[in-house]
Write a protein that binds this ligand. Structure first.
Ligand SMILES: Nc1ncnc2c1ncn2[C@@H]1O[C@H](COP(=O)(O)OP(=O)(O)O)[C@@H](O)[C@H]1O
Ligand SMILES: [Mg+2]
Length: 362
């Protein structure tokens, strides 16, 4: 259950490459600026229609080209599913799944669960709640099947509610009553899915990962749904404030969670190296849960793995990665710099060298 074939056309600095990754570990090495991150970005783009480093999808299209194209084949048991995505300068996105046009990126995401670890991923601890919600909802999306439809409808309702708060029509409270009934019901559904997922996530984390490092032992995830008490009453109590703000200040769109180690915020008590290890552990836990509950193997993209990792952390990361069944794509400047992670894993390894946007198998 992995990507067995990939081809990229006019993606960033890559004009055209085609290659066959292996099922286990794919190492992509090359000088700075050669196109390593671009290659991972293309795989991410194939799953999500987005980039993990920019919101401007035009930047993905190679200079002076009209469109970028990424195509892959995903092996699912005995089935090989061809998937493809292209984006034009005019903003047109075309998706193909098994030769058929599709309008829904979520279908691609369902086929290709992806986790990304880049040097920027530490935003999960130091950044705002948006990053953490994104991490949480990716897992909930795969594992809790009814979540996506509730979440999509909720966002439409939220948009309508916020538009009303801004417009302040004369019959505001009457109109709000209609939207708020849906808002409350969808919010509760979303929250139930998130809480169910977090509870299974914690259980899996402690059962399966907890013994890899002593820092995981006293770890706790504290989840805040985005409001406290009865949501209907909270919305009523917040109304005056929300009208002033022009948006809805409480609800599942404000949910957050934090990590605590021995009762203190993890980011305040753990070292940078320990936080890095925790980040890997969280991503591996999520991949394993998706695998376990949906029988879907994730793809794990790890950009610049050796950067700032001590030898000791490299070994723990290696233990973590060795146990998950994800297909790995790891970038580094030199293969030697990640030997300490890759070798102890005893999984199949394929090496690719990237130079000025072209790729050779080593
Ligand atoms: N749209 C684009 N068209 C052509 N080249 C690009 C585009 N976007 C970025 N680049 C160039 O692609 C090169 C590869 O970048 P990157 O994948 O980040 O390299 P690496 O991760 O190997 O350091 C960089 O030199 C960058 O300037
Ligand atoms: Mg890079």
């Amino acid at each position: 259950m992995s990507l067995t074939h990939l081809s990229l056309n006019n993606f960033r600095n890559i004009e055209a490459i085609t290659f066959s990754p292996c099922e286990a570990i794919n190492v992509i090495f090359g000088e700075n600026g050669s196109g390593k991150t671009s290659l991972l970005e293309a795989i991410y783009f194939l799953s999500s229609g987005k980039s993990f480093r920019t919101n401007l999808s035009k930047l993905l299209i190679r200079h002076e080209s009209e469109k970028c194209l990424v195509h892959g084949k995903k092996q699912l048991n005995s089935l090989s599913i061809p998937v493809g995505i292209s984006k034009s300068r005019l903003g047109e996105t075309v998706l193909k799944i098994q030769g058929q046009s599709s309008r829904r990126i979520s279908e691609l995401a369902m086929i290709l669960p992806i986790q990304v670890i880049t040097p920027e991923s530490y935003e999960l601890f130091f950044g705002g709640p948006k990053e953490r919600r994104k991490f949480l909802d990716l897992g909930v999306f795969h594992v809790e099947h009814a979540f996506f439809s509730a979440w999509k409808t909720f966002n439409q309702v939220l948009k309508q509610r916020n538009a009303l708060l801004k417009a302040r029509p004369a019959n505001l409270s009457q109109q709000l009553a209609y939207w708020d009934a849906q808002f409350v019901s969808l919010a509760e559904q979303i929250n139930t899915h998130r809480e169910a997922y977090i509870s299974r996530f914690q259980e899996h984390f402690f059962d399966k990962i907890g013994d890899i490092s002593p820092i995981f032992k006293g770890l706790e995830i504290r989840f805040q749904p985005g409001w406290k008490g009865e949501l209907k009453e909270v919305l009523a109590a917040q109304l005056e404030r929300d009208v002033k703000l022009g948006y809805t200040s409480k609800g599942p769109h404000k949910a957050d969670f934090n990590f605590y180690a021995d009762g203190h915020s993890a980011e305040n008590i753990l070292s940078r190296g320990q936080l890095k290890l925790l980040l890997y552990a969280l991503k591996v836990t999520q991949s394993e849960l998706i695998d376990l509950e949906c029988n879907k193997q994730s793809i794990l993209l790890i950009d610049d793995l050796p950067s700032e990792l001590s030898e000791e952390t490299k070994l723990s990361v290696s233990h973590l990665l060795a146990r998950c069944r994800s297909q790995l794509f790891i970038t580094a400047i030199t293969p030697e710099s990640i030997a300490a992670v890759v070798e102890p894993m005893e999984r199949e390894v394929k090496m690719f060298h990237v130079k000025h946007g072209s790729l050779t198998t080593k």
